[in-house]
Ligand binder design. Structure first.
Ligand code: ADP
Ligand code: MG
Length: 747
């Protein structure tokens, strides 16, 4: 008997060499094999009669090979095959398909699948480039008996047939998968574990795992073909729900564990409120007020806050972060504010000084590029509790910064931080004292007289966890937020500060650049500033792409010789970067030529134009972030997407989306659709489970249900759910998180 965990070689028909091919696709066990689902199904129980085919439909046709041959046209060789059913015939064509030349013999049975078309001249129906499978020769090379041949045939015709993606350069064909998966199912142990509690199964009407695995590969005769193709049969739903449920269960457990930890219950009294009012440079929007209320309510609770603040670029997250910081500081705690880049950290530092320093708060900036002496001094300020707000890059975590009393960590992640970094950060910020303690005891154990160990004083027993607020500019589609950030509470800033006029976006070819430069010049003459953005820094990186350095020379030397033009890119030294940024901020530069270093967080409200050259080369999220640098003041802003060279179809869709909408959520949804969830966030590296059967776009509703049910299960045991069921689910979840998703940090 095979278990789901049995290595796949033990399935009949899989030898070591094939096992290797399978392993390349992540198929190691019988379970992995059974989760290799058909990507579509063919109805070969009721195949279409050729006479009843209609142009435009997708159809499965089974017929007999009549004749075939290759003919050459001026442009390419075309292979033609004629298939018959009695007296009716259907023509099939494949372009450039010399390889098909000797494949077919008259009299063979063949199954075809493809789109029916009408030939323009002859008005006859045909199928161009159909997928096909010769029937009945499954074992022609073996010495199998007639009975086995018949059994094999019964997997090919007279039923709904699963079609699998071939792998191993076509060596493992759909037919091969059918046979081997069938064998695996035939020999599968009857006792598959049932990890989902009964009440949940009842509520969702879930069938058993065994039935699901069978039916997803070998649908019952009456099954709806449409449900099969859209993964909506009971079998699909069971498998998809399983996958989503155990991800959500892990996230929910994390969330509960966090809530069980000791945090700091900040007090929010009139004094604190007055302190917040004092620093506000403008009236907060209704959304900012609501979000602050949500954050403040969390901070007052005795367990640590874990909140994600999501707001499109320019929605005004910074001030909300500062308000939260004041609550912590007024309660005698320190605050760490971390940004993904040094430029952004600096920028936060300037705003913090502008907004907070007059009120008497003590702020420090700690970045990697500071001199060692200066760093040491700042660290001392932090350790002694003098510094109340510490701003830095996430290098703050790596360098051993000790806080006197860290109460709140704010992570301005924009869209650069991955989930994994976030997890690490929380551990560090939360467990830093504990970790320091552990280190101390190890050192002491190794050598009791080691001076570094002796100098350290042991931390107080179980220090409270600081609150964590993650701010992100990436509008995250709800489905992704549920998985990526399922362990966080969510606040959304869904309103822009008043007085903004929507940005006008145009897309033009770069032979129009003289007009574009004229336009830039007019805006500058009106007292505004402009960004000109390039995808690469210097020419030799990629020859044909205009590079920032070269174009800086051209723009500053010729096109805008009479204007003040600056250059900013990632390879400049930190001091220089800082200086350029500051000059642009103060209006001493009118035009800033830059790479995507400015993509994140830069805030110069007087800049009203952004020209992005080679816009077709940027990702959608990136374009949206870049555009977010303008439209920050009251004046009307313009984004010009210049394109050079070939644009792919997907590239064109990105550009169209940018022209059509300023709404970050719409853009994020489209981006998710174009790139798929795995790419969307670089989630693979970021530690996001990559799903085997679930699809976050298609299965959004099941995901919601999974989240709801996971919470219900962990709220038990109760009359509906026994503690035994809960522990069974948890054991299963941990095994999955560790083995399949490669995430260890749960429970
Ligand atoms: P982001 O959410 O992208 O970080 P910022 O916090 O940088 O946005 O805010 C964008 C700009 O809007 C800043 O110049 C900020 O001072 C301004 N701003 C934020 N909130 C308001 C408000 N309620 N009224 C007016 N201006 C605001
Ligand atoms: Mg910001």
């Amino acid at each position: 008997m095979l278990e789901l965990s049995t290595p796949v070689q033990y399935v009949k028909g899989v030898g070591p060499r094939i096992a290797e091919i399978l392993a390349g696709k992540g198929i190691h066990t019988v379970g992995d094999l059974l989760y290799y689902l058909p990507f579509r199904y063919e109805d070969r129980l009721n195949p279409r009669g050729i006479a009843e085919l209609r142009p435009g439909e997708m159809a499965t046709v089974i017929g007999e090979v009549r004749n075939s041959g290759l003919f050459r046209t001026r442009r390419m060789p075309i292979f033609q095959l004629t298939v018959g059913q009695g007296r009716t015939r259907l023509r099939c064509l494949w372009f450039n398909a010399t390889y098909l030349q000797d494949k077919f013999k008259p009299g063979q049975m063949i199954a075809l699948y493809g789109k029916v078309e009408e030939d323009q001249r002859s008005r006859e129906l045909q199928i161009v480039q159909p997928q096909f499978e010769l029937l009945g020769d499954a074992f022609e090379s073996g010495d199998n008996g007639a009975a086995e041949k018949k059994a094999a045939q019964s997997l090919e015709i007279g039923r709904i047939v699963p079609i699998y993606e071939s792998i191993g350069q076509g060596r493992l064909t759909p037919r091969w998968f059918r046979r081997v998966i069938r064998t695996a199912l035939d020999n599968l142990t009857p006792e598959l574990p049932e990890p989902i509690p009964g009440v949940v199964r009842g509520r969702l009407g879930l069938i058993s795992p065994r039935a699901a695995l069978w039916n997803v590969h070998w649908p019952e005769p009456g099954e709806s073909l449409q449900d099969l193709q859209s993964s909506r049969t009971p079998a699909h739903i069971r498998l998809i729900f399983d996958e989503l449920f155990f991800v959500e269960l892990g996230l929910e457990l994390k969330r509960r564990q966090q809530k069980a930890q000791t945090g700091i219950a900040f007090r929010l009294d009139d004094k604190v409120r007055a302190a917040i009012k004092r620093i506000l440079p403008f009236h907060p929007t209704a959304a900012q007020k609501r979000v602050l209320r949500e954050i403040a309510a969390d901070m007052e609770k005795p367990y640590p806050m874990r909140r994600l603040l999501q707001g499109d670029v320019g929605s005004g997250k910074t001030i909300v972060g500062f308000e939260a910081a004041i609550i912590a500081i007024e309660n005698g705690c320190q605050v760490a504010l971390m940004a993904p880049t040094e430029i952004l950290a600096q920028q936060h530092y300037f705003s913090a000084r502008r907004i907070l320093e007059n009120a008497g708060y003590r702020i420090v900036l700690l970045t990697g590029s500071l001199e060692a002496d200066r760093k040491r001094e700042i660290r001392r300020h932090i350790a002694q509790g003098n510094a109340q707000l510490v701003i830095g890059t996430h290098a703050l975590l790596e360098e051993k910064v000790e806080f006197a009393r860290l109460g709140l960590v704010i992570v301005d992640e924009q869209h650069r931080f991955g989930v994994m970094q976030r997890l690490k950060l929380m551990k560090k910020s939360g467990g830093s004292a504990e970790e320091a303690h552990a280190e101390t005891s190890v050192e002491t154990g190794a050598s009791p007289v080691q001076p570094s160990a002796a100098r350290r004083t042991p931390p107080p027993a179980s220090p409270p966890e600081p609150d964590v607020l993650v701010m992100t500019a990436t509008p995250i589609p709800r489905t992704l937020a549920l998985t990526l950030y399922g362990d966080l509470d969510l606040s959304v800033l869904d309103e822009l500060p008043p007085g903004r006029t929507p940005i006008v976006t145009k897309c033009v070819a770069d032979d129009q650049s003289p007009k574009v430069w004229d336009f830039v010049r007019k805006q500058v003459a009106a007292g505004h500033q402009a960004y000109v953005v390039y995808p690469v820094i210097s020419e030799n990186e990629e020859n044909e792409v205009k590079a920032a350095v070269k174009m800086y020379r051209e723009l500053s030397g010729y096109v805008f010789a009479d204007l003040k033009v600056g250059l900013l890119h990632g390879r400049l030294g930190a001091d220089l970067k800082d200086q350029v940024m500051r000059m642009f901020q103060k209006g001493e530069l009118q035009i800033l030529v830059a790479t995507t270093v400015i993509e994140v967080g830069v805030d110069v409200p007087n800049a009203t134009v952004m020209v992005i050259e080679h816009a077709e080369r940027f990702g959608l999220a990136q374009l949206h972030q870049l555009r977010g640098r303008i439209g920050r003041g009251a004046a009307k802003s313009y984004c010009v997407l210049m394109t050079g060279g070939k644009i792919t179809e997907e590239g064109q869709r990105r550009l169209d989306a940018m022209v059509k909408t300023n709404d970050g959520f719409q853009i994020a949804e489209l981006d998710l659709e174009l790139r798929g969830p795995g790419e969307f966030f670089g989630t693979r590296q970021a530690g996001m489970p990559s799903f085997r059967v679930a699809n976050l776009i298609r299965d959004a509703q099941l995901l919601e249900a999974a989240k709801r049910e996971a919470a219900a299960v962990l709220a038990g045991p109760n009359s509906e759910i026994s503690s035994e069921e809960i522990s069974r689910a948890l054991v299963h979840m941990r095994a999955l998180w560790q083995h399949t998703y490669g995430l260890v940090e749960v429970g």
